[in-house]
Design a binder for this molecule. Structure first.
Ligand SMILES: [Mg+2]
Length: 103
């Protein structure tokens, strides 16, 4: 599915079902993903179910970004968080290397 179709479907979903309904949907879908992750952590996970719920969360999150018109703001927060994560990974690697050198 191309980007234009995706955008139209998100807009239509918000228009047809309403913002409140789609806000409820994202909460439901996130809880379904949480349930699948809990099953996986109990060694009862199913990769198809996890993929299905990740897809549901992505589709509903895309609508949330539209409802609040926060696409650029989300990208900015994501950029900050990815840079911070990268720094933490680097720090962790350096600490591990120092620890290994002390052995
Ligand atoms: Mg679901």
């Amino acid at each position: 599915m191309n980007k234009i179709d995706e955008e139209k479907i998100y807009n239509d979903a918000i228009s047809v079902f309403g913002e409140t309904s789609q806000k409820i949907m994202v909460v439901e879908e996130m809880s379904e993903l949480i349930k699948e992750m809990c099953k996986d952590l109990r060694n009862r996970g199913n990769i198809e179910n996890i993929a299905d719920e990740v897809a549901d969360v992505e589709v509903t999150l895309a609508q949330i970004k539209k409802i609040y018109n926060i696409h650029k703001l989300v990208e900015s927060h994501k950029d900050f968080k990815l840079r911070r994560l990268s720094e933490r990974i680097l720090e962790n690697k350096m600490i591990k290397k120092e620890h290994d050198n002390d052995k």
